[in-house]
Design a protein around this ligand. Structure first.
Ligand SMILES: *[C@@H]1O[C@H](CO)[C@@H](O)[C@H](O)[C@H]1NC(C)=O
Ligand SMILES: *[C@@H]1O[C@H](CO)[C@@H](O)[C@H](O)[C@H]1NC(C)=O
Ligand SMILES: *[C@@H]1O[C@H](CO)[C@@H](O)[C@H](O)[C@H]1NC(C)=O
Ligand SMILES: *[C@@H]1O[C@H](CO)[C@@H](O)[C@H](O)[C@H]1NC(C)=O
Ligand SMILES: *[C@@H]1O[C@H](CO)[C@@H](O)[C@H](O)[C@H]1NC(C)=O
Ligand SMILES: *[C@@H]1O[C@H](CO)[C@@H](O)[C@H](O)[C@H]1NC(C)=O
Ligand SMILES: *[C@@H]1O[C@H](CO)[C@@H](O)[C@H](O)[C@H]1NC(C)=O
Ligand SMILES: *[C@@H]1O[C@H](CO)[C@@H](O)[C@H](O)[C@H]1NC(C)=O
Ligand SMILES: *[C@@H]1O[C@H](CO)[C@@H](O)[C@H](O)[C@H]1NC(C)=O
Ligand SMILES: *[C@@H]1O[C@H](CO)[C@@H](O)[C@H](O)[C@H]1NC(C)=O
Ligand SMILES: *[C@@H]1O[C@H](CO)[C@@H](O)[C@H](O)[C@H]1NC(C)=O
Ligand SMILES: *[C@@H]1O[C@H](CO)[C@@H](O)[C@H](O)[C@H]1NC(C)=O
Length: 735
């Protein structure tokens, strides 16, 4: 408070010199605004992004990835983000000092950046803002990258004006992220990459992919045959003869190239993919391949005493080791209920193999804590704690020198339905509900209720936190994007605390309401820019005649003008009938769009003439297809969701498909060619809901809502299995 020395200015300066101690963002950023200068830097003044010529090729070698991007590569991604998030068009260049009105990316003294345990971290950065521009100085290229997230976030939150000042910002923990159960549900590579982009914006750096698993093997009621045909998957696809037969589902797998692409796209935004292959528990897919190595009383568990078991797991890991570019891999080792000494031998042999053949470290789920009577697990194996009935991570692991990742089930989420866990991350627990520290949660809080079970915040053996989303009830319970919606609030709320931030729940709500729709590198909401609630509106008659196409043009390609004002004009190779409707017969209508997420009403005035297939596709898009099977049916994420009704053929129908929150409906109403399409929500037609049917451990069924994106790319087309006419089609964001 240097103004205090100037008595006559005291009253004024006390007021003026109130400095910020942090920037509210997700996570929060320690920051001191310059009280002498005052004022804000307007991002609109930015002319360039300049990479310090001394460090263009510099990479972070200390993080979890073996393929770290250079500072120059991070700069190229950042410049795209400035455009997509803040509509700033700046050029990237290289220089040895910062020109006026630039963001200057450089590196600083890396030993100045230490985490919660006082250990040096490469992920810190210093942000300096003055009237001449912005400097981000990273402890490494990765640290600088996290600084760019701060600039983007503040640009959104403060409407393009960042207060002059400086802050040094360092993550408290090195492992910060989420886990996706991609074993019991397939997710396409693009979805995983979009999730990485989303996580990265909130400074998470780890995405654990659980790549093999099975539905619960209910040995009380399943026969051996039923166990051997139960849903069980291994998601990596190799052509190697060594693993021929392990994976029988090529279309729901990742090839080596796809896995390379996922890893490099994620790490381009600072997120490392941490691969997990589960054994010796949750290993039914391996037993379905080699039944002799299953435990006879529960085929989802491997029999470690069998002489082929460990060799089989070494063949699997040997096949895929080179695919992985993380320094640590995860061998699962969760919920094994047979012999602990065999389990320990399994883990140690596999960890040695992973180290010798891949030069990598091994992680396991906390299952059998060390005991004096066993040969215990090597302390070089890190442990992912998830439940106190399995282990007490402080006393069992940390005090015995094991490193621990906090995945306590405080934050567990199970997609769509569960008898025990919530369906979306319970974020209120990250802000309060934590008696052990009478306040917020951070990764060192292993036990939210009993502080005796928690180490000091500075304990270096707490590596961080990874929060899982499980698909206990299988692939048909949800569409891909529902995994995102389950984590949508959780990722930013946890991202703040995993970094070491201290957002209050009220600050989170306000900040996230602005930041949530500004995350670059993804469009998981499948949002479509629109000047009003009407996103497109095509009516075949009016717009074609307005354009007075020649007969010749009509036979080739016709433009259907979008009457919404958004200019999402469609094209068609279908011909016009004498009533100026589109005749759909081996031809299609194509829009420039592909998919619309929550909320929407898709309305079609349609007359289906003939179904030539039991699987006719009316309209399709990137995430879904609406079909007549002949019941009205959605195909999405590899599954069918059918209504108990169909659509009459031969007469004009208003067909509405409505995505309302986490539910999806359709209604069918007779109409005439003259009547206009009804406004969204105005019809009296009865809606029927599309439902997912979840089998619960072979015991009973649960019907649950399903939230399917609107398919809006192509209507009809060769091989679509139907002929008919279309008079109008519109899409609204009202539901
Ligand atoms: C950005 O500005 C440059 C130069 O003015 C221009 O050539 C380029 O098209 C602009 N890029 C975008 C994405 O608007
Ligand atoms: C880097 O920072 C460390 C720790 O603050 C300090 O001891 C060292 O002198 C610094 N090195 C340089 C070159 O400034
Ligand atoms: C945000 O900034 C823009 C231009 O920089 C200005 O037009 C707009 O009024 C500002 N909005 C708010 C809410 O301050
Ligand atoms: C495990 O394998 C061993 C060796 O083949 C065999 O003797 C034993 O019966 C198996 N145990 C179970 C429970 O399947
Ligand atoms: C437990 O596993 C060890 C190591 O595989 C084996 O030697 C032992 O026989 C097993 N004990 C039982 C009771 O299965
Ligand atoms: C843990 O490691 C430290 C340092 O290597 C060592 O001094 C200590 O004895 C170890 N503690 C246990 C319980 O193994
Ligand atoms: C669906 O949304 C409603 C309303 O927001 C919510 O109460 C319900 O828990 C959600 N269901 C699932 C399965 O997420
Ligand atoms: C979220 O956690 C809080 C605090 O533990 C609890 O009171 C609340 O019931 C939980 N909400 C849900 C939906 O589980
Ligand atoms: C808290 O944890 C300690 C250490 O595990 C234990 O001894 C104590 O009984 C626990 N207290 C309660 C109230 O559960
Ligand atoms: C993969 O193929 C199976 C069998 O044909 C099919 O049921 C499933 O829907 C396909 N999955 C996807 C994601 O298309
Ligand atoms: C279809 O009918 C069956 C039997 O009445 C019912 O259980 C099911 O919920 C219905 N399906 C839908 C999607 O409404
Ligand atoms: C199709 O709908 C009828 C009722 O119209 C229903 O009885 C039948 O079960 C449905 N078929 C399927 C496969 O859902």
């Amino acid at each position: 408070m240097r103004f205090m020395n100037v008595p006559h200015l005291c009253a004024l300066t006390l007021f003026y010199a109130v400095t910020l101690s942090r920037l509210v963002g997700i996570p929060t950023v320690p920051y001191t605004s310059s009280s002498d200068e005052g004022g804000f830097y307007s991002l609109a003044a930015l002319k360039s992004l300049v990479v310090d010529s001394a460090y263009t090729e510099s990479r972070d070698e200390d993080g979890e990835t073996l393929i770290p991007p250079t500072l120059q590569e991070f700069a190229a991604t950042f410049v795209d983000d400035l455009y997509s998030t803040l509509a700033l068009n700046v050029s990237v260049s290289v220089a040895d000092k910062a020109p006026e009105n630039s963001v200057f990316l450089t590196l600083g003294n890396s030993s100045e950046y230490t985490d919660a345990s006082g250990t040096q971290t490469s992920e810190g950065y210093t942000l300096s803002v003055s009237s001449s521009g912005i400097t981000i100085s990273g402890a490494s290229a990765l640290g600088a990258w996290w600084g760019t997230r701060t600039v983007l976030q503040q640009g959104v939150l403060l409407n393009g004006s960042i207060p002059y000042g400086e802050g040094m910002d360092v993550p408290g923990w090195r492992t910060r992220g989420m886990m996706l159960d991609a074993g019991r549900h397939y997710y396409p590579p693009e979805f995983i990459v979009e999730m990485c982009s989303y996580m990265s914006f909130f400074k998470q750096n780890t995405f654990q992919l659980h790549l093999s698993d099975n539905l619960y093997n209910n040995v009380d009621i399943y026969s051996t045959e039923r166990s051997l045909s139960l849903y069980a998957r291994f998601r990596l696809w190799s052509d190697s003869d060594d693993v021929a037969g392990l994976n029988q589902h090529q279309n729901e797998s990742y090839t080596r190239q796809q896995f390379e692409d996922i890893q490099s796209a994620c790490v381009a935004r600072g997120v490392t993919i941490l691969p997990e292959i589960e054994a010796p528990g949750h290993a039914l897919v391996i037993v379905q391949w080699k039944p002799e190595i299953g435990l006879s009383d529960d085929l989802s568990l491997l029999n470690i005493s069998h002489p082929d078991t460990i060799p089989t797991m070494k063949v699997i890991w040997g096949t895929f080791m080179d695919w992985f570019h993380s320094k640590t891999i995860h061998i699962g080792a969760d919920e094994y209920t047979a012999n602990a000494s065999g389990y320990n031998r399994f883990v140690n042999e596999m960890a040695d193999f992973v180290s010798e053949t891949g030069g990598k470290s091994t992680r396991i789920w906390g299952t059998f804590p060390p005991k004096p009577e066993y040969d215990n697990i090597d302390t070089g194996v890190s442990v992912q704690h998830w439940e106190f009935f399995e282990d007490n991570p402080l006393f069992d692991y940390i005090l015995n020198n094991y490193s621990v990742v906090n995945s306590d089930d405080t934050f567990y989420t199970v997609n769509k339905w569960s008898g025990s866990y919530p369906q979306t991350v319970n974020i209120s627990r990250s802000f309060n509900g934590n008696p052990a520290t009478s306040g917020i949660w951070q990764p060192f809080v292993l036990d939210t209720k009993n502080s005796t079970n928690n180490p000091e915040r500075s304990n270096p053996l707490v590596l961080g936190s990874v929060v899982p989303l499980w698909n206990d009830y299988g692939a048909n319970a949800s569409v891909y994007s529902e995994a995102y919606y389950a984590l949508k609030d959780g990722i930013p709320a946890l991202g703040d605390k995993q970094w070491g931030g201290d957002l209050s729940e009220a600050e989170f709500t306000t900040s996230f309401s602005k930041l949530g729709s500004s995350v670059p590198g993804q469009n998981l909401d499948r949002a479509i820019p629109s000047s009003s609630s009407t996103i497109f509106n095509y009516s075949s008659g009016s717009c074609v005649s307005a354009r007075s196409f020649s007969a010749h043009a009509l036979r080739t390609e016709t433009v259907l003008m979008d009457q919404s004002g958004n200019a999402y004009d469609a094209t068609t190779d279908c011909s016009l009938t004498s009533e100026a409707t589109l005749a759909i017969a081996s031809c299609s209508l194509k829009t420039p769009l592909s998919s619309k997420g929550r909320d929407y009403t898709l309305s079609l005035k349609i007359r289906v003439g003939k179904l030539s297939s039991g699987d006719a596709t009316i309209i399709s898009g990137a995430d879904s297809a609406l079909m007549l099977t002949p019941n009205l049916t959605f195909s999405a994420s590899g599954n069918y969701y059918r209504l108990n009704s169909t659509m009459p053929t031969g007469s004009w129908i208003n067909l509405s498909v409505v995505g309302r929150g986490n539910q999806t409906f359709a209604s069918v109403q007779p109409t005439t060619l003259e009547d206009p399409l009804p406004e969204p929500g105005s019809t009296a037609a009865t809606e029927e809901e599309f439902l997912a049917v979840l089998g619960i451990n072979g015991e009973y069924f649960v019907w649950a809502p399903i939230a399917i994106e609107a398919p809006i790319s192509q209507l009809g087309g060769k091989g679509s299995g139907w002929t008919g006419e279309l008079a109008a089609m519109s899409l609204s964001s009202l539901a």
